[in-house]
Design a protein around this ligand. Structure first.
Ligand SMILES: [Zn+2]
Length: 264
């Protein structure tokens, strides 16, 4: 027995050297979307939160959201966060800044395809993608290419007491932009109907130009150029509750679906 002990110990060390290394990645990658706060809170006027972008980046490298006081639209791609403000300016955001709502995923596309049609609009693109995805699953969707004309928006920062979002945007809080002939990236998500209090059912997309000089929340676009579409199906979603004191003052029983349609 004594003679075989050494080889067994050696074998055990070798097995662990191989498998233990496999089980210890530097960063934990999940196939879930991670979201901080929910859409109904934003609709009710909870615009602030305590989630830092440094913390958010532990849960994804691709995403959408907003900023505290409703100061601009958020776009995250390749682990970089940008703020797109009401005055049309674009700003790289440090990890120490905080958000009141955001949702992110580690983007690992499951399939890639091209969509090309003369006069392709946002609605036509959504129809085309809808045919290739499962209706009751969550998807992160990245679209790249050149767009001929874009209609987008970004909100002006609000002051307390914050009004409900639909009222705020309808009374001067929303600034609209038109861009022409720009190359860039659309960061989008598709959410199924069961997400209606938590997120926005259907497609939701923000855009940023390749030169990082223009962007916003997308209402519509048109293009004659081919677009590359990458889709990443999530296994599900993790919701982190908003940790700001305003969250606990909310009445989440109210049905805010009409307000959601107004703001989208
Ligand atoms: Zn948006």
């Amino acid at each position: 027995m004594k003679k075989t002990a050494a080889p067994i110990v050696l074998l055990a060390i070798l097995v662990c050297a191989v498998s233990c290394a496999d089980r210890a990645p530097a960063k934990k990658i999940t196939d879930f979307v991670y979201q901080y706060s929910i859409m109904d809170a934003l609709l009710a006027g909870v615009y602030d939160g305590n989630m830092t972008f440094g913390e958010l980046k532990k849960h994804g490298d691709f995403g959408l959201g907003g900023f505290n006081t409703l100061d601009g639209e958020l776009i995250m791609n390749h682990n970089e966060v940008y703020k797109m403000r009401y005055d049309g300016s674009i700003h790289a955001i440090p990890d120490a800044d905080r958000t009141g709502i955001a949702f992110v995923k580690f983007f690992r596309p499951d399939s890639t395809f091209a969509v090309h049609a003369k006069g392709l609009t946002y609605d036509m693109l959504k129809d085309s993608i809808s045919k290739r995805i499962a209706r009751n699953s969550i998807y992160a969707i990245r679209i790249t290419g050149k767009l001929k004309a874009i209609q987008a928006r970004a909100p002006h920062p609000a002051t307390k007491p914050y009004p409900p979002l639909a009222e705020y945007l309808a009374t001067g809080g929303q600034y609209n932009f038109d861009f022409e002939n720009v190359s860039g990236t659309l960061v989008g998500f598709y959410m199924p109907d069961y997400m209606e209090k938590t997120n926005i059912p259907g497609f939701h997309t923000h855009f940023i130009t390749d030169d990082r000089k223009q962007g916003g929340h997308i209402f519509d676009f048109v293009t004659d150029e081919p677009l590359t579409v990458e889709v990443d199906q999530a296994e599900g979603i993790t919701i982190a509750e908003n940790t700001h004191p305003d969250w606990q003052k909310l009445n989440l029983k109210e049905n805010r679906q009409n307000e959601l349609h107004q703001v989208e």
